[in-house]
Write a protein that binds this ligand. Structure first.
Ligand code: AKB
Length: 316
């Protein structure tokens, strides 16, 4: 078990909820949240918070040394849709931050690293149904390329330098506390907000675009579980396939209509459709289920009920 934890990118969609959960488990004093700015005041004001530039080695190292950190969760990244607008910036951010953290582990300044990968590592030549752990991977987005290359580096640092790095390939994550930013799966969060505020949503993907998705609580559980597992049980040091459910925009819209019958959805696909078309429809995550006993809990029906209940409160 780690003593001191640093979350880099703690103001983001997953980073913020991970910060709350890790503070619950390890105590506020043992979890330092950090980000490049104060974009999430709930996080910045809730406990130890530092401004850290993930692209600046000294900024990361100084924070780690100041707080005696031994475990880093590197959640800062530029996602798929924004990455296509800023390819070089996406490459620089996603790769340099990973190297900084891996090198700090190699130099024994920290002991353990969590680094998220994504279903974006897959591409148009990958089998789309029940995509296996080991298969053809030819990602076509910059984000996907950084994640695929990052996975190779994680495995390399484990094999060559014995760095205890653990990773999962997140699908689209659905949550109500913090909005996602710049992803292709973001529609599956925005739709619930708009259902409450406008009873209508214009979707940037086609109605039958099936993608792997997961509720935030399941994603956080997977992250905590893989980090709590015995090192000997983590057999894959690139990144584990991880799955919960898969659905299309029409299926979410239909599930919302169960609660808001006059909810209207129109479809206006944009450049993100090509990205979604290149990704799997469903994922085979049997290695995660076998090696560290991963199990998801939330169905689409559960997610819709929880999202609408929580967002109704939020927009009151
Ligand atoms: C994105 O859409 O870019 C992310 C992801 C699937 O990694 N949510």
């Amino acid at each position: 078990m780690s003593n001191k934890i640093l979350i880099i990118g703690a103001c983001g969609q997953i980073g913020s909820e991970l910060t709350f959960k890790l503070r619950e488990f390890h105590g506020h004093e043992n979890v330092v949240a950090s980000d490049i700015n104060y974009s999430n005041l709930e996080i910045a004001n809730a406990g130890n918070f530092e401004i850290v530039d993930a692209q600046d080695y000294n900024s990361v190292k100084t924070c780690i040394e100041k707080h005696n950190v031994d475990t880093v969760y590197l959640m800062a990244a530029m996602l798929s849709a924004t990455g296509e607008k800023h390819p070089i910036k996406a490459w620089d951010l996603n790769m340099s931050s990973l190297f900084h953290v891996l090198n700090l582990a190699k130099d024994k300044i920290i002991k353990r690293v969590f680094w998220p990968s994504s279903i974006a590592v897959f591409g148009p030549t990958t089998p789309t149904k029940y995509t296996p752990q080991y298969t053809t991977m030819e990602p076509t987005t910059v984000y996907g390329i950084t994640k695929q290359v990052g996975e190779r580096w994680c495995e390399y640092y484990f094999n060559k330098y014995n760095v205890d790095v653990r990773s999962i390939r997140y699908p689209g994550i659905i949550s109500w506390k913090t909005l996602p930013g710049g992803g292709t799966t973001d529609y599956a969060v925005e739709i619930y907000h708009k259902a409450i505020t406008d009873k209508a949503y214009e979707c940037f993907l086609k109605e039958d675009t099936k993608l792997p998705m997961m509720f935030m609580d399941d994603a956080i559980k997977a992250t905590v579980d893989i980090m709590n597992a015995n090192s000997s049980d983590i057999k894959i040091r690139s990144s584990y396939n991880l799955a919960a459910i898969s659905f299309t925009p029409k299926e979410v819209a239909d599930s919302i209509k169960e609660y808001i019958p006059d909810f209207e959805m129109i479809y206006n696909p944009d450049y993100r459709q090509d990205i979604a078309n290149s990704w799997p429809k469903s994922i085979n995550d049997s290695y995660a289920r076998q090696d560290w006993k991963w199990k998801h809990q939330f169905t689409l029906e559960d997610i819709t009920k929880e999202m609408l209940t929580q967002l109704r409160e939020k927009y009151k």
